[in-house]
Design a binder for this molecule. Sequence first.
Ligand SMILES: *Cc1c(COP(=O)(O)O)cnc(C)c1O
Length: 400
Amino acid sequence: MSSTPHYRPATLLVQGGIERTQYAETAEALFLTSGFVYDDADQAEATFNGTTDHYQYSRFGNPTVTMFEERLARIEGAEACRATATGMAAVNAALLAGLKAGDRVVASRALFGSCHWIVSTLLPRFGIATEFVDCADLEQWRAALSRPAALVLLESPSNPMLEIVDLRAVSALAHAAGALVVVDNVFATPLLQKPLALGADVVVYSCTKHIDGQGRVLGGAVLGSRKWIEEVLSPFIRNTGPVISPFNAWLLLKGLETLALRVEAGCRNAAAIADFLATRPGVTRVWYPARTDHPQHALAMAQASAGGTMVTFEVAGGKEGAFRVLNGLRLVRVSNNLGDAKSLATHPATTTHMRIGPEERERLGITDGVIRLSVGLEDVEDLKEDLARALDGLASRATA
Ligand SMILES: *Cc1c(COP(=O)(O)O)cnc(C)c1O
């Protein structure tokens, strides 16, 4: 595989980066080891001074983790990848590895909660100035990036309102300001959208989401140029230790094998569910990037090859209405997780976006009637029946 980098994504997902041991096993080997031994003191010395290639310690590298990093890098089209224990460890490492006091960070307002906390609360403690912009408003990006900046962090499509950032335009503005562009590509998955090809410098993932996609483990990844990964990111990861367990990396390798099948089926179900919801009484609005009524439909479809597995909709009756619908679901479960084989629904205003407060929620368009649906792999007719039943409960109450 290593000499044949031209394979298509479906092939890379199954075979990319595999390194077999002397036993020629079919499946990727799980190296559940913290360290490695040397033939002799000379080999240890050569390993440490870099004149020979040998694993040292699993905080620095591990063969199972390397296979996962190689596979993900090839799928993304990135030169290099480092895997981390969680998605947040990936975001944190991507930011802190290169930032210093006096730097300035510009970030999208619509960020995953913990990413928002790092930018709004953690970075300023270390003398890093931060500024948030409304992610769909190019004029705000232009204004914020008219002054020098060290880093831009953004998420597209955003959670939970599925707003789209113009990746090409924002990357160009950011580069002119001297900033490194970091894209949290979780909602798009490595298959639907390629931020590096659109001008971004670094891509981060919570592998907990679609890459595992089966509710088992947490994991994260940072992808970028070999130079940035080796010179900036790797020293930070080696010395601060947010590494992934080889066991989790092994599960994620197996997750990648079915990623294309799962994402394709999830997108198909999500598109059907979005169209279905749009016809139901009690549903006041549906957001799905592949629908022509999405406010940024053209941009969304120019940047990504499908609408994704997430559908956001608003029901009548505010929080009470949303809770009635969520509590009326039997097949779709209430959970803040996403990207899973199982369909999961959440009420952002009282869970994932509770902490940001009502004003910030209003700015982001997260009303009390908004429900975020992560569409899974169940039979779409069963999902429709479940949603229809839950929404009928809303309609009968509203007219009672
Ligand atoms: C889940 C998520 C994260 C954090 O990932 P963890 O694996 O939970 O640490 C970051 N960004 C986005 C967009 C996410 O959905």
